[in-house]
Design a protein around this ligand. Structure first.
Ligand SMILES: NC(=O)C1=CN([C@@H]2O[C@H](COP(=O)(O)OP(=O)(O)OC[C@H]3O[C@@H](n4cnc5c(N)ncnc54)[C@H](OP(=O)(O)O)[C@@H]3O)[C@@H](O)[C@H]2O)C=CC1
Length: 424
């Protein structure tokens, strides 16, 4: 009887336990379902918001040039100044992606002709996206030592002639050297000298978005006097555990102190990157002097970093060596083509020139012969040098960073594949 009682109690307990487990499971399933539903709702809300922001941003986007007023000019280092620009019409600004640049059109005196001339230049935005203002950070370009080349026309004009309250003409931000912080992975940002500007914009944006993704920030400058944004970067380091800053001076000054002002001395190179970052499957963004970008990109490739994880800013003709996802065979073929001797007719200027392969691009050929073609970034990104090709075929040294009209080319990245008639 006692045994029967025990069995009965055991059976009842098992049933009870089973129903408790079932209840807990159904509760837990319900909780999971609720959590999943909430997660889906969150995702849908985020998607709707992203779409709204994108639509609003598209509505606020403008074509051509818009007037901006210089609201603030701040010295960041020796010969480096930040310029804060607010829209003159007081309307909101479109969102841009950190790392993008703006194109300016300046009216400056032409010393040769005694009248004003229009000059186009591109500058990276150096702040995380803001709705109220844009910020660029510009270094005064001195004349190169021991040559007759004049100092940087526009950088000196900005530093010396442009004052708070002045109006400037700007195109809307654009550029492929950028990322969306919301969808980003851990990144390695490498800036050399004033080339730090776009990577600073990217770092600020990622840290503000609070994704928690790791950001390695390697900054190479000559010495303390050139060290822009020093306090800002150290503050970021103190505030964000996921921000790993390393500053390297190539020529530390007498008053520069290692571990206080900078971390190590020398050039930023692949060995430093390997020692800090350790893994290759990250996104690498590099902007700085061309020789620095070249050696780092080569080092990253040799280390095994995938081509589509290497991003470099390409401003200026010296930075064009990056081959943006072009088919290698096609490229070899293009290179051979670019060496042919061909006749190039500039029909508006009524000039006929010969392409012998010694120029980097059609823009250089034209400018050297005194044919005036507008240009800005010199890297196929700003569109200033777009010209119509009336007949013939052109090749591109790199993929254009913007959409151009069919039958046109960007002179700064184009070379002839046949005899050409150009509308310039
Ligand atoms: N928004 C902007 O203004 C942008 C600027 N840039 C480009 O950024 C560049 C920065 O100019 P600037 O500030 O004058 O730079 P600097 O000439 O001051 O050079 C910056 C640092 O890079 C070092 N460096 C030179 N060669 C190498 C190398 N092979 N490997 C690693 N480090 C090297 C320099 O060392 P050392 O003492 O040996 O010279 C120096 O410490 C310019 O070429 C500019 O066109 C690019 C995009 C945007």
């Amino acid at each position: 009887m006692q045994i029967l009682g025990v069995i009965l109690v055991a059976l009842v307990s098992v049933r009870l336990l089973q129903s408790i487990i079932a209840a807990v499971q159904s509760h837990s399933n319900a909780r999971h379902r609720t959590q999943r539903t909430l997660q889906l709702l969150d995702e849908q809300i985020a998607a709707v918001q992203a779409l709204r922001v994108q639509r609003e941003s598209q509505q606020m986007h403008w074509n051509g040039y818009r007037k901006f007023k210089l609201s603030k000019k701040i010295k960041e280092a020796r010969d480096v100044c930040s310029f804060y620009l607010v829209p003159h019409d007081g309307k909101p600004l479109p969102r841009y992606l950190p790392g993008q640049f703006v194109t300016f059109r300046f009216q400056v005196p032409d010393p040769n002709k005694g009248q004003m001339k229009s000059v186009v230049r591109c500058y990276s935005l150096s702040e995380a996206p803001r709705e109220q203002y844009y910020r660029i950070t510009v270094k005064r370009v001195p004349p190169p030592a021991r040559t007759n080349i004049p100092p940087g026309l526009i950088s000196n004009y900005l530093h010396d002639q442009v004052n708070v309250g002045d109006l400037l003409d700007l195109q809307a931000p654009r550029g492929e050297f950028s990322l969306d912080p919301a969808n980003s992975k851990p990144v390695v940002l490498i800036g050399g000298g004033v080339g730090v500007t776009p990577v600073l914009s990217i770092a600020n944006a990622i840290l503000e978005s609070e994704t928690g993704n790791d950001v390695w920030f390697l900054y190479g400058v000559r010495c303390g006097e050139d060290h822009a944004m020093r306090d800002h970067l150290r503050q970021l380091e103190q505030k964000h555990e996921n921000f790993h800053l390393h500053v390297r001076y190539s020529q530390p000054g007498e008053n520069d102190l290692c571990e206080r002002d900078y971390d190590t001395s020398g050039h930023i190179d692949i060995n430093l990157i390997k020692s800090l970052v350790k893994v290759t499957n990250l996104d690498f963004y590099i902007c700085g002097p061309p020789q620095m970008m070249d050696s780092i990109v080569t080092g990253l490739r040799d280390w095994g970093v995938a081509e589509d994880h290497i991003h470099r800013e390409a401003f200026g003709r010296a930075t064009l060596s990056k081959v943006a996802n072009k088919d290698e065979t096609q490229l070899k073929h293009d290179k051979l083509d670019s060496k042919k001797t061909l006749s190039i007719q500039f029909n508006r200027s009524n000039r006929n020139l010969t392409w012998d392969g010694s120029h980097n691009c059609l823009l250089d050929l034209a400018l050297e012969a005194g044919i005036n073609i507008d240009s800005g970034c010199r890297a196929g990104s700003c569109g200033s040098c777009e010209i119509a090709v009336k007949s013939g075929e052109v090749g591109c040294r790199v993929e254009p960073g913007i959409n151009i009209d069919k039958g046109s080319c960007l002179a700064c990245i184009s070379y002839p594949k046949s005899e050409l008639i150009l509308d310039a």
